[in-house]
Design a protein around this ligand. Structure first.
Ligand SMILES: [Zn+2]
Length: 124
């Protein structure tokens, strides 16, 4: 039995929660064009690592609010719980975020506003 520390209610039994799957999947903006295969990658592909994984959780039988968690899929240890819309702060969770294959996908890049190709001031 797991105890999950809801950031709004405190520690509760795992049966009160629902896992919403992988966190930090950025939706491509309509102004950007990506191929159907790249959009399918955004829509259907999910990571399933052995080790630290960043997930969304909802306290369905409590406050019904969502939060993010970094959890070790081997030990089920919750490494860090943090707010939706923010990034993890612990080293293990930061490393998991930075090293995820998703950070390099076309759909992830298309989630940021389109950049001008004039050269000056454009970020690479
Ligand atoms: Zn709660």
């Amino acid at each position: 039995m797991l105890l999950i520390d809801c950031p709004h209610c405190g520690a509760r039994d795992e049966t009160e929660f629902a896992c919403g799957g992988e966190a930090h999947i950025a939706r491509p903006l309509a102004e950007n064009t990506i191929s159907d295969a790249e959009f399918a990658e955004y829509l259907f592909w999910r990571d399933n690592p052995k080790g630290v994984f960043l997930e969304r959780w909802c306290h369905t039988a409590g406050c019904r609010r969502w939060f993010n968690a970094a959890r070790d899929t081997v030990t089920h240890e919750f490494i860090e719980i943090y707010a939706m819309g923010s990034l993890p702060k612990s080293k293990a969770a930061k490393d998991a975020y930075a090293s995820a294959w998703r950070r390099q996908t076309a759909s992830e890049k298309a989630a940021k506003p389109a950049q001008k190709t004039s050269g000056k001031g454009a970020k690479s």
